[in-house]
Every structure is written in structure tokens, then in C-alpha cells.
Write a protein that binds this ligand. Structure first.
Ligand code: BG6
Length: 256
């Protein structure tokens, strides 16, 4: 029985890799919509994938916020391979609770892995003027360069409306997302079902186009309710590794 289950997961991973056109898919059993321990398992699986993709030296890992990535941080343990790693947040404030903020997760990862970290202190609601002046600040500029030259990115994917509400977005933004039929969110960008960008939160840090210069990009997202979001986001950003759960994987496969 155990062997058959192992085999089924493998087959599902292969099928999903081919259908999504991504680099690798890793599926953990269960559905994180129902059981929080499934997030822990995704976290554990992600730690293994991170270690496998480390460069021989000078690793800089950029991380986003969210519960999925917070669970990756929880699963990290000191490791000689990670000791020299620098952890940075992928982007500035995106309106999360402290425990789910990229800065917090980044510092936790560094502490648990005994690596180093740099933070990006930027307010959540950035106006144009503040944005323009921040990017010329020498300290911010230096960390932005570090972020852009990351060797790995580990990020979450959210369901568009759920993320907009979690961020307390204005009615105007909510309306825009409905009109443009946004289904997915990642890095503060919102996407429609075809994976086209329909809205973007103004903050500094990693931009979507920077991803193409980063050797390893890992997305961590599961739960059947995120299936459409994951598929939409990966449509135009398939050059990635996906860590997901059985709930999302099965739901995606019925529609692909
Ligand atoms: C946020 C990121 O912190 O977490 C988003 O800024 C991402 O880009 C989201 O979509 C995912 O959150 P969770 O809690 O579902 O892992």
C-alpha cells in the first residue's frame, strides 16, 4: 500500500511538471486547506529543495512573506551548506502581519540556518514621491542590489481576492481586481487566469522581470483553493520549481 502511494505521488509530480511546463514539481500528501501540518510538510520539502539547489558558494536567498514561507523558515536547521548564506526579503512592505512579513521570515531563516541577513525597511503604503526618493538612498540602493543579484528566490503564491483583503486594499483596488478578473497574486503583482499582470503594489525590491536572472526560483503554495492561482501565475512564469500539496495538485490536474 505504501509503495503504491509513493508511486502515485511520483506519477502526479511528473504529469504536473509536464502539464505546467515547470522545472520540477514536489507534492506532499494531504491538503493544507484542511490540515495545517500539510504546510509544515511543504516547508520540509522546500528546505530539501533549497539545499539541493545551493551554489557551491556565495548564496543569496530572497524570500517573500506569507504562511507558506513562514513554514519553510520553521523547518530550517543549522547546516554547514547554509552557514555562509545571506537571506534578504524579496520586496518591501506589502501589508502583512508581522509574523508573515518577508523581513521577519528572512531574519528567522538566517537565525535558524545560522546564516546572515539584511533587511529592507520600507513602509507598506508607498506614495510615488516616497518611492522615488527611497530608491536613491545609498543604504537602500545597496540592499536593492543585493536582492536583485540573489541566487535563489523562495516565494508564496496567493489567491488574488484573498490577498487583497488580507492587505486591507482600498475599495478602488478591490474593484479593479474584480473588473480585471484577477485570480493570482505573487510578489505584490496580481494576475488574471492567463497569467497577465492586471495590478501591482507599489513597493521597492525584486521586480517580476528580475526573476529571469535568478538561477533558482521556488514557489511554495498548496491547498485546493489555490489551484487556479498557482496555475495562472505559472502560465507566464514557468521557469520555476513548485512545491505544493495533493489538494492543489489534484485540483490542477482535473483542469489541465
Ligand atoms: C505574501 C506575499 O506575504 O504571502 C504574497 O507577499 C504571497 O506574494 C502570499 O502570495 C502567500 O501567502 P500564504 O499565507 O498563502 O502563504
Amino acid at each position: 500500500v505504501v509503495m503504491k502511494e509513493v508511486f502515485d505521488v511520483r506519477a502526479m509530480e511528473e504529469e504536473l511538471t509536464a502539464k505546467l511546463g515547470v522545472k520540477e514539481v514536489h507534492i506532499v500528501p494531504g491538503d493544507s486547506d484542511d490540515y495545517p501540518w500539510v504546510l509544515k510538510e511543504m516547508g520540509r520539502s522546500t528546505v530539501n529543495v533549497i539545499k539541493r539547489h545551493l551554489l557551491p558558494e556565495k548564496n543569496t536567498i530572497a524570500v517573500t512573506g506569507g504562511r507558506s514561507i513562514a513554514n519553510v523558515a520553521d523547518m530550517l536547521i543549522p547546516d554547514t551548506d547554509l552557514k555562509e548564506t545571506l537571506f534578504v526579503p524579496a520586496r518591501g512592505g506589502l501589508g502583512e502581519q508581522v509574523e508573515n512579513q518577508a523581513n521577519t521570515i528572512c531574519a528567522t531563516m538566517a537565525r535558524k540556518a545560522m546564516g546572515r541577513y539584511r533587511l529592507l525597511h520600507v513602509p507598506d503604503q508607498l506614495g510615488r514621491d516616497a518611492y522615488e526618493s527611497l530608491i536613491y538612498d545609498p543604504i537602500i540602493k545597496e540592499i536593492l542590489e543585493l536582492i536583485r543579484s540573489s541566487t535563489m528566490v523562495v516565494h508564496g503564491i496567493g489567491e488574488a481576492m484573498a490577498m487583497a483583503e488580507r492587505r486591507n486594499s482600498s475599495d478602488e483596488v478591490l474593484e479593479k481586481l474584480k473588473e480585471t478578473e484577477a485570480v493570482a497574486e505573487a510578489f505584490g503583482y496580481y494576475f488574471n487566469a492567463d497569467g497577465e499582470i492586471v495590478h501591482k503594489v507599489l513597493t521597492i525590491g525584486l521586480q517580476l522581470e528580475d526573476l529571469k536572472n535568478i538561477p533558482t526560483v521556488i514557489s511554495v503554495a498548496g491547498g485546493r483553493t489555490k489551484a487556479n492561482a498557482i496555475r495562472a501565475y505559472l502560465k507566464r512564469n514557468p521557469n520555476q520549481v513548485l512545491i505544493t500539496d495533493e489538494g492543489a495538485a489534484k485540483e490542477m490536474l482535473t483542469k489541465l
